[in-house]
Write a protein that binds this ligand. Structure first.
Ligand code: ATP
Length: 267
């Protein structure tokens, strides 16, 4: 039961259109991951089903969103866990949790198991490692292999990491597909900004959106989201305490380019 509470993610479904940019990654995932989960029987002979996929790249670029999207489209149960939450467990607990996780994923299949910061679970640093985390790592690999030797099991592992170089070889081999998830380029930042600013009243012209897009080179999707929520707070900050308590939502000033210029200094 604690597994249920901790790792089954039933938050809102994610559609491909919710993910800005990443066109190639989305196509690859649709073909190599979603399709095999939906139609395992057509994957025979040369058409193999990946055992696991590794999403690597800078933080906040949509790796978790992709995981959720896969689960949505494959009509799978989405298990989501951060590896550091496993490694921080009491001695022996992490190992039990791993066992329970796979057991439950088998019961609820098709299942997608998404593990964030997978490097901290499957890293190559072995000398300094605690005996219990080594055992957990072994248990994890055993479970993973078990899930894939039985052809009927429809369990897919998606690992995400910002530090792929930390993974050890045994772990790396399990990820037969590896996809780089980059920082968003102009087009993707533009798309994301248009989506985000449409959530509140705004007076932003195409020209303004282009200016913000240009100013956010090097920002991740998560940074852009942060920027937009910062900008959306500017009209509120101008109000006095009494105004804030009285104002109706339609009276709140629309966001404008100056709110973004100001927020860019903070985010
Ligand atoms: P981390 O490595 O830090 O776990 P991540 O790559 O898994 O990050 P997400 O958790 O998927 O990143 O993204 C964080 C938030 O940033 C998302 O909830 C989403 O709002 C936004 N975001 C990031 N990239 C995109 C994108 N390409 N399209 C839409 N939203 C995005």
């Amino acid at each position: 039961d604690s597994i249920k509470r901790e790792v089954i993610d039933t938050t809102k479904k994610v559609q491909w259109s919710d993910i800005a940019g990443l066109i190639k990654a989305k196509q690859t995932i649709q073909e190599a991951v979603v399709l095999p989960l939906l139609r395992p029987e057509i994957f025979q002979g040369l058409r193999t089903i990946p055992k696991g996929i590794l999403l690597f790249g800078p933080p906040g670029t949509g790796k978790t969103l992709i995981g959720k999207c896969v689960a949505t489209h494959a009509r799978a149960t989405f298990f989501s866990i951060s590896a550091s939450s496993l490694t921080s467990k009491w001695i022996g607990e992490g190992e039990k949790m791993v066992k329970a996780l796979f057991l439950y994923a088998r019961v609820k299949q098709p299942s997608v198991i998404f593990i964030d910061e997978i490097d901290s679970l499957l890293s190559k640093r072995s000398e300094s490692e605690h005996e219990s985390s080594r055992r957990m790592k072994t248990e994890f690999l055993v479970q993973l292999d078990g899930a894939h030797t039985n052809d009927k099991d429809r369990i897919l592992l998606i690992g995400a990491t910002n530090r792929p170089q930390e993974l050890d070889d045994a772990a790396r081999r399990r990820f037969t597909r590896r996809l780089y998830i980059p920082l968003p380029e102009f087009q993707a930042r533009h798309e994301l900004l248009v989506n985000l600013v449409s959530m509140n009243d705004n007076n932003l012209s195409d020209y303004d959106i282009n200016e913000i897009t240009n100013s956010t080179e090097g920002y991740s999707g998560a940074d852009i989201k942060e920027l937009c929520s910062e900008a959306s707070m500017q009209p509120i900050r101008e109000l006095s305490q009494t105004q804030i308590l009285d104002i109706t939502i339609s009276k709140i000033r629309a966001m404008n380019i100056n709110d973004f210029r100001r927020s860019l200094k903070h985010v």
